[in-house]
Design a protein around this ligand. Structure first.
Ligand SMILES: [Zn+2]
Length: 112
């Protein structure tokens, strides 16, 4: 099993965080001009809904990244939050903010 490179993981997480923050605060804001006389008003609402959904997704991702950084700090990083088993390095390299091992993740998805 390959040794987990915490420095790399941390850098990856910090970069991810910066990316999200940039896109949250950046240009893709809510459409300001909503003219009720226009035919494409429905389109505006679809755009608005998409934007809100996207923001929610980004917020969720940001929370995951921040909690991963916290776990790096308090030494619980890389442990499954359900069964406390080590999450394989290979998985963390692909998904640095994973909180569940593959087995628990699969169970979660099945329940949903
Ligand atoms: Zn687990």
């Amino acid at each position: 099993m390959t040794e987990l490179n915490y420095t790399n993981i941390r850098r990856q997480l910090e970069e991810e965080k910066a990316e999200i923050l940039k896109s949250v605060s950046g240009g893709s804001g809510l459409p300001i001009h909503m003219n009720p006389d226009r035919d494409d008003l429905a389109q505006d609402y679809i755009t608005l809904e998409k934007t809100i959904a996207l923001k929610a997704m980004e917020r969720e991702q940001l929370e995951q990244v921040e909690s991963a950084l916290q776990r790096l700090d308090n030494g619980t990083y890389g442990l499954c939050s359900e069964c406390s088993e080590l999450i394989p390095t290979e998985r963390l390299e692909i998904l640095p903010y994973a909180t569940l091992c593959v087995r628990c993740q699969t169970q979660h998805e099945r329940h949903w």
